[in-house]
Design a protein around this ligand. Structure first.
Ligand SMILES: NC(=O)c1ccc[n+]([C@@H]2O[C@H](COP(=O)([O-])OP(=O)(O)OC[C@H]3O[C@@H](n4cnc5c(N)ncnc54)[C@H](O)[C@@H]3O)[C@@H](O)[C@H]2O)c1
Ligand SMILES: O=c1ccn([C@@H]2O[C@H](COP(=O)(O)OP(=O)(O)O[C@H]3O[C@H](CO)[C@H](O)[C@H](O)[C@H]3O)[C@@H](O)[C@H]2O)c(=O)[nH]1
Length: 327
């Protein structure tokens, strides 16, 4: 297949690009390098630098390449920034995607894989955990809303046109390609495992723990951390299912178990053998106490068999990548 990957120079998109190239698919990447890194793109992929929201760029790209399917990773992803600058998120996540979808419909591209997020669930109640795809979607920040609006566009388009999609609701994506080809390279990334690894390596002096008074086993928030390589495999399965004619789907992507912030920090200390400093801080606004996926649907639909479901292994690959970035 010939696949357009938007945001393919970014953290998650570059992992999928490598997997697709490995199995012999043709990959075209469209990325404006706002947070992505050119070096993380596989050598065998064609790279186009440009904005997904630019209709002329899209038309030229679709004219130059016979694209069979689109995988859409490009977007803005920092939750607190979305609260401060909501219009950036409704533009770069919702409006830009609308332009991309318009181009897909015009070009009769009927297969689409979308990076959605667990943030669409907002603050699920304790009795709603682990969340299923049927748990009400009540996002509490512009980031989550901008992504949910895209899910709605996809649903409506799939009813109106010959168009099928898989929207993957990622939980907390972490780790790096075990063979070291790519990883989380955005210096200002805020994800817990990334910043904890930076603290272990002395890139940052300390790590703040946002909130220690939650009703969880040690008072800190619980998240479902999924290794990026297992998530990449899900994308390949989603693409193959669409290619085989399967209907549109929305699927949670997690392992179905959670770790507290303190458990993650213990893991990073254990794996790095560095007892870095942490400070307890106030709760961060908008953090749900616990977010765990019910991933039963994903396993049932795609027969997905994760291979990296081990917190220390996730941390080990993230740490290895962080060391490489220091060179
Ligand atoms: N990282 C996570 O834990 C997580 C969790 C849930 C969902 N997601 C979603 O997964 C997707 C990928 O996230 P990531 O962690 O790889 O982020 P990232 O910032 O590393 O990757 C995003 C990529 O898109 C590019 N980009 C952004 N806007 C663009 C535009 N208008 N035109 C062209 N390129 C553009 C960036 O340069 C970057 O390469 C995002 O849509 C994000 O919302 C990520
Ligand atoms: O320096 C830090 C960073 C994080 N945390 C805590 O660690 C947990 C995980 O935080 P992350 O920032 O790593 O990720 P989130 O759980 O906030 O994830 C949200 O933002 C992501 C994108 O950044 C994804 O979209 C995801 O789906 C969405 O729920 C949270 O309890 C957070 O408060 C800290 O204590 N200190």
């Amino acid at each position: 297949m010939s696949i357009l990957i938007t945001g393919g120079a970014g953290y998650i998109g570059s992992h999928i690009a490598h997997e697709l190239v490995d199995r012999g698919d043709d990959v075209v990447i469209l990325d404006n390098l706002s947070t992505g890194v050119r070096e993380n793109v596989p050598a065998k992929a064609e790279f186009v630098q440009g904005n997904v929201g630019d209709r002329d760029t899209l038309s030229a790209l679709f004219k130059a390449h016979q694209i069979d399917a689109v995988m859409h990773f490009a977007g803005s992803i920092v939750v607190p920034e979305s609260v401060e600058n909501p219009l950036k998120y409704y533009d770069n996540n919702t409006a830009v995607t609308r332009t991309l979808l318009e181009a897909c419909v015009a070009e009769s591209i009927d297969k689409f894989v979308f990076s959605s997020t667990a943030a669409v669930y907002g603050m699920p109640h304790a009795d709603e955990l682990p969340v299923t795809e049927k748990t009400p979607t009540v996002p509490i920040n512009p980031y989550g809303r901008s992504k949910l609006m895209t899910e709605w566009m996809l649903q409506d388009i799939s009813h109106a046109h010959d168009f099928r999609y898989v929207a993957l609701r990622y939980f907390n994506v972490a780790g790096a390609d075990p063979s070291g080809r790519t990883g989380q390279s955005t210096p200002a990334a805020t994800h817990l495992i990334k910043v904890a690894c930076q603290a272990a390596l002395g890139v940052r002096e300390q790590l703040g723990v946002f909130g220690t008074d939650y009703e969880t086993r040690d008072g800190t928030c619980v998240r479902d951390y999924i290794h990026v390589t297992d998530l990449a495999k899900v994308h390949l399965l989603a693409l193959d299912a669409l290619q085989a004619g399967s209907p549109s789907r929305v699927l949670n992507c997690g392992y179905g178990r959670g770790f507290t912030v303190r458990e993650v920090i213990d893991s990073v200390r254990r794996v790095s053998s560095v007892d870095f400093v942490t400070h307890d801080l106030e709760r961060r606004a908008g953090d749900p106490p616990e977010l765990i996926a019910n991933a039963g649907e994903l396993r049932a639909q795609f027969n997905w068999q994760p291979e990296h479901d081990d917190l220390d292994h996730i941390v080990e690959t993230a740490l290895k990548w962080e060391r490489r970035m220091m060179r």
